[in-house]
Design a binder for this molecule. Sequence first.
Ligand code: SF4
Length: 236
Amino acid sequence: MYEYDIDAVDGIDRLRARMDDAGDDVTAWSHILSDYIQSGNTKISKTTAIFNMGSAHDCPNRETDNCQVPWEACYAGKAERVYKQTLPYRRRQEYLWDCMTPELFADAFMALNARKRKPYDSLRVSEAGDFRSDADIVRMNRIAELIDIPVYTYSASDYLDWSLAPSFTVNASNDFADYGDRRFMAVTGDTLPDNTVWCPNGLQQADGVPADDRIKCGECRLCINADGPNVAIPLH
Ligand code: SF4
């Protein structure tokens, strides 16, 4: 199933032991899941939960025409090359994703969120990697039906059946097919296509605003809301 040796992934034995110990205890699963969810980053607010279904190295769209970013410039891929624990961590995320039913994932997520002093108010899926199959879409859609915060993603997997995702927001990263809730695109120059607005974070980056002072995803909800215009980031 995996194009790498899952048994050789650093930390996989420890993860498997924790999963064995958890049994049908949702609280125990919530602590495991909590260790595989990250709270925001320099571009995403701390109240956004980030979960990857896999790594950039194993992304189904890596070095294909579907992806608009050259592999050398892929931000997620760079992190996996620079920080030696990042790739095994994301491979363990993929394993965890493949082992949890959507119902268990949703219950565990809500349990971990209930413990937070400042709960997550959105779930961002696949900051690294991308949806591999229609089954991933069906499972994520079920999770989005069950948890009480919005779920959103960006995907270049234009060849999948995105009509299976009515309950979460999909930002389409290419225009090879008419899919998702909106296009998210890079635009060169100052002219925007019809029904398109600038990403405020991207605009501020282009204007030289320091990262800490920029509007973050979560504060801006253009890509999180299912309704609304297309979004463009400036390329200068
Ligand atoms: S438009 Fe808003 S939500 Fe989308 S990437 Fe930019 S800052 Fe984030």
